[in-house]
Design a protein around this ligand. Structure first.
Ligand code: TXA
Ligand code: MG
Length: 329
């Protein structure tokens, strides 16, 4: 009898879409060399056709064939961080289709660090494109149930690996130009990459490649999410309670104002632990019937960069105008 991995690989060979767990978030996988299957991903996600996809492989050998050139810093990062939550953007080989790269001259590559993802990639035997398995602009899924809720029948097979351990997407480093750039903060902290390269990472280039994760509004709940100071949270909670509206609060320290209309959640004090629960919490709050999610952002220190980035984009992407001047990042 075929096991789950074999069945999933067979689906992929037939050009179907398979959601699978990675250490960061669940991906929606398709055969990177099958243009029709890749087109299916864009349709399932509702994603604009010119937004490029990350190609996943079981190892560096599979992936680096897709690059025209592998510069020295790439080897250093690969040696240390693959498999792991780091995506590298390199000049693409001629064999990589426009469907994958959104017509750009570069390709994004990653070896995920999850036993089921690696088993699937090995069984399939080739590269898979895998964006996060959510609808375009929405919160990435960190459990198989989230994928089911989010994509339903648009996905042909879901491999269930339980909750993702990292919880936010991979860091994306662009090594295709003169200076290394951090296009998206993520699972590997900026500091770890900079320490290894012995130089600081520039930000995304102005007018650079389109990267949905880099759009200012992304990873968004439907419920308005506001980034506020503690004092502003107090005011808003009181106002909401007086008006009979329910709100949720994500802020550290003991809940000091609480009542029937206020749900106070204290997020973990450690950045990795916060990242692990962030999307699941936003998803749960989105369905809880609250009128707003009020968040006290974590500190500005570098170890919080990925969590702050996702909260900021979630705020911009949610229905309302979310930021107060005092919290502009
Ligand atoms: O952790 C992750 O990276 C997850 C898991 C499933 O592996 N995947 C993921 O994929 O986050 P997606 O499609 O949701 O985000 C991919 C990001 C986008 O911001 C995309 O624009 C960027 O990678 N990207 C892909 N190819 C690129 C390229 N050639 N140049 C610049 N950015 C690129
Ligand atoms: Mg995504």
């Amino acid at each position: 009898m075929m096991n789950e991995i074999e069945r999933a690989a067979e689906c992929l060979r037939a050009g179907k879409l398979v959601a699978f767990p990675t250490e960061t978030v669940y991906g929606l996988g398709a055969d990177a060399l099958n243009a029709q299957a890749v087109a299916g991903i864009y349709a399932a996600k509702g994603r604009p056709a010119d937004h490029p996809l990350i190609v996943h492989g079981a190892d560096g050998d599979t992936l680096l064939r897709l690059a025209r050139r592998v510069p020295a810093p790439a080897w250093v990062l690969i040696e240390r961080f693959w498999p792991g939550p780091l995506t590298l953007v390199l000049s693409r080989a001629a064999s990589v289709s426009d469907a994958v790269t959104g017509g750009q001259g570069t390709v994004a590559l990653r070896v995920p660090d999850h036993p089921l993802a690696l088993a699937l990639l090995a069984e399939f035997g080739g590269p898979l494109v895998a964006p996060s398995a959510n609808r375009f602009g929405r919160i990435s899924p960190t459990t198989a149930e989230h994928v089911q809720e989010e994509l339903g029948s648009a996905v042909d097979f879901i491999l269930d690996g339980g909750p993702c351990q990292v919880g936010v997407e991979s860091a994306i480093v662009d090594l295709s130009g003169d200076a290394p750039r951090l296009l998206r903060p993520g699972g590997v902290p900026r500091e770890a990459i900079e320490a290894l390269l012995g130089r600081s990472l520039a930000g995304p280039a102005q007018g650079g490649p389109r990267a949905p994760g880099a759009l200012s509004a992304h990873y968004a709940p439907v419920t308005p999410l506001h980034l506020l100071t503690r004092a502003e949270i107090h005011t808003q909670v009181r106002e909401a309670m007086a008006a009979g509206r329910k709100v949720a609060v994500l802020a550290p320290a003991a809940p000091d104002i609480i009542g029937p209309g206020c749900r106070w959640l204290e997020p973990p004090a450690d950045p990795a632990a916060y990242a692990r629960v962030l999307y699941a919490w936003l998803r749960a709050l989105d369905r809880s019937g609250v009128s707003a999610i009020l968040v006290q952002p974590p500190p500005r220190s570098p170890c919080w960069e990925a969590v702050r980035d996702r909260l900021t984009r979630a705020a911009r992407g949610s229905k309302d105008i979310p930021m107060t001047a005092s919290m502009t990042p």
